[in-house]
Ligand binder design. Structure first.
Ligand code: FAD
Length: 335
């Protein structure tokens, strides 16, 4: 496979350049765990937060499946703890976003809004972004009744009726969370059964506030200042109906945040970065961890584990490069 690794051009020369041993993109569970391990290896990593410090987990009210917290832990609290631990050992967090990369030579050049980093190794932990339905009204009414985050917006739907679109873990989990506020939560799913895990399904089925609309897809969201109703189609009968509703929460999957690596690193269909078991991408010295490279597990614990592994491998890589350099110098001295 051919990759375009060409240098980026132009205005770069006017920006500050900072040389780092390890640059980590993203402060989700993968990025902050990589930062902890790289910091403890005394590599003084710099971690860029991107547009969403803490990543997806910071949007969730409670995490009940991260080991070490038998009573569960708030998503933002968990991120705060990850960050504190990484900073304690010397990681530096910057509120900046990578906008362009040149992976053709080492050190890799990573341009951000504020500067250019020259990175001996790069760990990509840019995570994923919730997928949209792409139907009329969705974009216009986002923040006015259309939401991708129950934790952020659930409170606004106190005693109201809401739809949750999707049938996986996130949809059911967030639907259950919304029952704390909403009068009713209707899960709209294109199939006639949920994909969510058995425990979550049971909880949803037993919750009197949760209802289901099976074999249905939304085709339009109506309203001007706020969501008033949706148009929905039964995919078995083709029948269209207009249903009054106050809010629509959409949980239908994610797209990996890997656009800036397009053509520069090997990717799977859908944009997930390809890595081997050692978290190595197709360019030596570039590692990837978490949901940017993981369409399968998509959990805090697995993302954190991948981040730790990527940092360990980045450390090995730097050791190997240093050994090679010493060897080359010795050979040159004896020739
Ligand atoms: C609503 C919800 C509830 C969830 N609940 C749970 C749960 O209870 N338990 C569980 O295990 N999992 C849960 N998950 C899944 C879990 O949050 C994710 O698996 C995990 O956050 C993925 O971690 P990550 O570090 O790979 O990426 P993310 O968390 O997506 O973080 C990506 C990071 O990369 C940054 N970034 C992106 N692009 C750039 C760039 N160009 N330059 C620099 N930085 C960049 C972002 O700003 C962000 O900081 C939930 C997810 C959601 C959406």
């Amino acid at each position: 496979m051919n990759f375009n690794l060409t240098n980026f051009s132009t205005a770069a020369t006017n920006q500050d350049e900072t040389h780092v041993k390890v640059l980590i993109l993203g402060t989700g569970p993968a990025g902050l765990s990589a930062a902890l391990y790289a910091a403890r290896a005394e590599l003084e990593p710099v971690v860029l937060a991107g547009m969403e410090h803490g990543g997806q987990v910071s949007l969730t009210y409670a995490v009940e499946n991260y080991p070490g917290f038998p009573e569960g832990v708030g998503g933002t609290k968990l991120v705060e703890l990850f960050q504190k631990q990484a900073e304690r050992f010397g990681a530096t967090l910057e509120y900046d976003t990578a906008t362009e990369v040149d992976l053709s030579n080492r050190p890799f050049r990573v341009r951000t809004y504020n500067k250019i980093y020259l990175a001996d190794t790069l760990i990509i932990s840019t995570g994923a972004t919730p997928r949209h339905l792409d139907i009329p009204g969705e974009k216009e009414l986002t923040g006015r009744g259309v939401s991708y985050c129950a934790t952020c917006d659930g409170w606004f739907f106190k005693d109201k009726d809401v739809f949750v679109v999707g049938g996986g873990d996130s949809a059911v989990e967030e639907g259950l969370f919304l029952t704390r506020f909403a009068r009713s939560v209707t899960i709209v799913h294109r199939r006639d059964e949920l994909r969510a895990g058995a425990v979550l399904q049971k909880r949803a089925m037993e919750n009197p506030k949760i209802h289901f609309l099976w074999n249905m897809v939304l085709t339009k969201i109506n309203g001007t200042e706020a969501v008033k109703s949706v148009q929905a189609r039964n995919i078995q009968t083709g029948e269209e109906s207009q249903l009054p509703i106050d809010g629509v929460f959409i949980f239908i999957g994610h797209t990996p945040n890997t656009e800036i690596f397009d053509g520069k690193l090997e990717m799977e269909e859908g944009g997930y970065l390809v890595t081997d078991k050692l978290m190595r991408t197709s360019v030596p010295g570039v590692f990837a961890a978490g949901e940017a490279a993981d369409p399968h597990y998509r959990q805090v614990v697995t993302s954190a584990g991948m981040g730790a592994a990527a940092a360990i491998q980045a450390n090995h890589f730097l050791d190997e490069v240093a050994e090679e350099e010493v060897k080359d110098e010795l050979e040159a001295a004896h020739s």
